[in-house]
Design a protein around this ligand. Structure first.
Ligand code: SF4
Length: 388
């Protein structure tokens, strides 16, 4: 049995993708291996025509990549950035070398051939100015925080994402449908109708999931708009024994008995999320929670598995947000306060958000007691630590 390799060849390529030309010693330092080990791995890459070697003197040789150097900048994604994963897959298919940098203060690489940057939140737009100045002419920028209308070229969009780009995450991710049946008239705060347009099927998860993972994340914005497709896809997830998360939430107005039973049958690795965005929807929210109860979502199951996103656009919606969270709690459902991050977040909105997210406080106390209780819990925690 061959000995397990200590280093991945891609580690050496990544180092060279950041700096255009490096000596064996420098590469060894960056990968944190012995110089003779680096030489062995680099010679292997040379044989595979992925790097070239140039002898400068008896002791110094410089290494360069043969393919193009592609720099991806993920400014603010909280989950793996699907567009960047597809861009990476396309470039790797073409023999290029891809390196991903994350955050707004990144160590920039020297003279890449092409740079792609993605920004999700408008408030972080300024973070790109420096990067744009460094790479003018070779930079391509996208993401909801930058341009709602920009899409990937078809040859990239249709590819399976490069899962190696985010090794710290352990789930498949993708869209099985795009768009929504509703409009900005019904949901004025939502960018989906502008960004994605009308609802349509796009790709069965079979095309984009990674069989190494037992979890799958759907980014679909309104999968229940097409019940037949939802039933087909979820049956496939059950057959594959996948734990599912519909991160954007499910449209509770489309819920019926068959869908509720399917949700009960499926494995979920995060809460099943619905939304109560408009106060006027109270009657239908109550009716559908009742339907969930009748199909087998007991009080405990609702508490453990069901949450509602409660949207608050500005501080003017505070009272409405409190009312919706309290009513959901009475109905044994969790709340998760969502706030329009482009508006100023007041302290009371921050408190309401923390109360809804910190489940212990949410279930044991009312929002009015939250501040006192959180203070008391901090004091008792300190006391416990000092007595330990
Ligand atoms: S139903 Fe959801 S995705 Fe569709 S427009 Fe309304 S908020 Fe957006």
């Amino acid at each position: 049995m061959p000995a397990k390799r200590k280093y991945e060849l891609s580690k050496f390529l990544e180092v060279l993708a950041v700096k255009s030309s490096l000596s064996t010693g420098t590469i060894a330092r960056k990968v944190k291996c012995h110089i003779s080990t680096a030489l062995r791995y680099l010679r292997e890459l040379k044989k595979a025509k992925q790097v070239t070697e140039q002898r400068i003197s008896n002791t110094i040789n410089l290494w360069k990549l043969t393919g193009k150097r592609i720099l991806l900048v993920d400014v603010d994604s909280k989950i793996p950035n699907l567009a960047l994963m597809k861009i990476s897959a396309w470039h790797k298919e073409h023999g290029d070398n891809v390196v991903l940098l994350r955050g707004s203060t990144v160590d920039l690489c020297d003279k890449p051939d092409k740079v792609y940057a993605s920004i999700i939140y408008k408030k972080n737009k300024h973070a790109l100015n420096y990067i744009i100045a460094q790479y003018s002419g070779i930079i391509d920028i996208g993401g909801s925080g930058y341009d709602l209308h920009k899409t990937l070229p078809v040859e990239m969009e249709d590819l399976k994402p490069d899962y190696t780009l985010y090794p710290e995450f352990d789930y498949s991710i993708g869209f099985s449908s795009r768009g929504c049946i509703r409009s900005t008239k019904t949901c004025p705060f939502c960018i989906v109708p502008i960004k994605e347009g009308k609802f349509r099927r796009v790709a069965h998860p079979e095309e984009w999931y990674n069989p190494e993972y037992d979890k799958i994340v759907f980014l679909d914005n309104n999968i229940l708009a097409d019940k037949e497709y939802f039933m087909e896809i979820t049956a496939w997830c059950i057959e594959k024994k996948l734990k599912v998360w519909f991160t954007q939430g499910l449209d509770i107005r489309k819920l019926d008995e068959e869908i509720a039973l399917r949700l009960l049958e499926m494995k979920h690795y995060k809460m099943i999320s619905f939304a109560w965005d408009h106060i006027e929807d109270e009657a239908i929210i109550r009716e559908k929670i009742e339907l969930l109860k009748q199909t087998g979502f007991t009080k405990n199951k609702l508490r453990a598995k069901v949450q509602f996103y409660v949207y608050v656009d500005s501080d003017d919606d505070y009272e409405s947000g409190v009312y919706r969270c309290r009513e959901l709690k009475k109905l044994n459902c969790n709340s998760y306060l969502m706030f329009n991050i482009d508006n100023k977040c007041t302290q009371r909105i921050k408190d309401l958000q923390r109360w809804s997210i910190l489940k212990l406080f949410y279930w044991l106390n009312d929002i009015t007691d939250f501040k006192d209780n959180i203070q008391a819990s901090k004091i008792s925690k300190k006391l416990l630590q000092s007595n330990a």
